[in-house]
Design a binder for this molecule. Structure first.
Ligand code: MEV
Length: 442
């Protein structure tokens, strides 16, 4: 097939038609399906189209709410965008469970974000190191037009560090720069400052009398923020007396449940295969809030997984312990978030999520997101060490199958009773519905 040239210049309808004709078997149906998801309000649709390129339609995801979150003494109903059944239900149930046990407590351990200017320089590293104080002054001065506003809001450039990688890669250095970006995620701010640093570094070195002509030259390789922000960190925790866990499970008392729970978490601390699934459970909650608030879930995931492997082995992000008579469960999560700017204000539902969350600062949003992650993790591990995960999942699975098979309300209710102690499968549900139909006709 030949290349589709000038595709991006076509109108949306032309793009839809072309793709439908070239790639689908029933172009008319494709057109109907894609256009059925267009926003009824053309202005709203053009806002959404503006987020990306070559848009054909909108991909709908469920937007749900997990109520009853008590976080640092404040009540929240947490908006979650997620396609996986049971996640919102599990977060809601964990939020309710901890609500009567003091709720979630959080601590912001840092808010620094990072960026890197990567460059090649072939001089002696001591010379560069000696020039660093003067260079730092110059870089800060030259970037002032970009940093002035952020400084007024209490942020800006924090530290500038020279890192010498020449032992691993010839001539390779980087400036690792830390930033405070207040309530914004700050990606554009950081990247603009770093690119300015690149230009300033070239000028600075070119003007140094003490350097030889080859040392006056530098090759800027790239300037970009780092998504690994270990010092933009929040701790979310829950704790209660062991007796308060007596009703966490029917077969175990509070002590027994806590011991089994802590063992399950220790397994995720020591075994990367389990850690991956364990942390995925945390991100079920985290990503859902990140999406609902218009933040960047890829950035948040990349950061969290890097953090989980920071000592060379991938481990659980959460930890649990019995201290005396108390059960403690906590999560340290690096989260670089924005509560203003980017999609947070542009996407109508992201803006609504932030309103539902009482217009949080970026710090408060870190606390809410980490608490949701911890709630999700608690719910998953609690199910795993007690009833098993399939019990809850299967109920949702059953409902999805019933909806797919267009069962009426009466049949749905009968199916729920019938399958309460039976294995759910697509064919078993279909046979059950067929039996019901045959019986009603008889
Ligand atoms: C499923 O989406 C998430 C879980 O697998 C998490 C876990 O195993 O802890 C249930």
């Amino acid at each position: 097939m030949s290349l589709l040239s000038g595709f991006h210049q076509k109108t949306k309808t032309e793009k839809v038609r072309l793709i439908a004709e070239l790639y689908t078997q029933a172009p008319a149906e494709t057109l109907t399906t894609l256009s059925s998801f267009w926003h009824a309000d053309a202005d709203q649709q053009s806002v959404i189209d503006g987020f990306s390129e070559n848009t054909l339609s909108n991909f709908i995801m469920p937007y749900g709410i997990a109520p009853n979150f008590l976080i640092d003494g404040r009540e929240y109903a947490v908006p979650m965008v997620i396609e996986e059944s049971s996640v919102v239900a599990a977060a809601s149930s964990a939020a309710k469970f901890w609500h009567s046990r003091g709720g979630f407590k959080t601590q912001i351990l840092g808010t620094s974000k990072l960026g890197q200017l990567h460059f090649s320089w072939s001089g002696q590293s001591e010379k560069l190191r000696a020039l660093l104080p003067k260079l730092e002054q110059y870089l800060r001065h030259e970037a002032q037009h970009l940093t002035a506003n952020m400084e007024k809001r209490g942020g800006g450039i924090q530290t500038i560090e020279l890192i010498d990688f020449t032992a691993q890669e010839p001539d390779y250095y980087q400036l690792r720069v830390s930033f405070e970006t207040c309530d914004s995620m700050g990606a554009n701010f950081i990247n603009s400052v770093l690119e300015e640093f690149g230009r300033s570094l070239e000028q600075f070195l070119a003007a140094q009398e003490s350097l030889s002509s080859s040392e006056k030259k530098v090759e800027i390789i790239m300037a970009i923020l780092s998504n690994y922000t270990p010092d933009c960190l929040v701790r979310a925790s829950v704790n209660c007396h062991l007796k308060e866990l007596n009703d966490a499970c029917i077969n175990l008392d509070g002590q027994g449940f806590a011991e089994k729970f802590c063992k399950a978490v220790r397994i995720a601390e020591l075994d990367p295969y389990r850690a991956s699934t364990h942390n995925k459970g945390i991100y079920n909650g985290v990503d859902a809030v990140i999406l609902a608030t218009g933040n960047d879930f890829r950035a948040v995931e990349a950061c969290g997984h890097t953090h989980a492997a920071r000592d060379g082995q991938y481990r659980s992000l959460s930890h649990a312990e019995i201290r005396g008579e108390e059960f403690h469960f906590w999560l340290d999560l690096p989260l670089a978030l924005g509560a203003v700017g980017g999609l947070t204000g542009l996407h109508p539902l992201a803006a609504m999520s932030l309103e539902i969350l009482k217009k949080p600062s970026a710090r408060e949003l870190m606390s809410i997101v980490a608490s949701t992650g911890l709630a999700q993790n608690f719910a998953a591990v609690r199910s795993l060490v007690t009833t098993g995960i399939q019990k809850g999942h299967m109920k949702m699975h059953l409902m999805n199958i019933l909806i797919h098979l267009q069962a009426d309300e009466r049949s749905k209710a009968q199916a729920l009773v019938y399958f309460s102690d039976r294995v759910v499968s697509f064919s078993a549900v279909r046979e059950f519905l067929e039996r019901l139909k045959a019986e009603s006709l008889a």
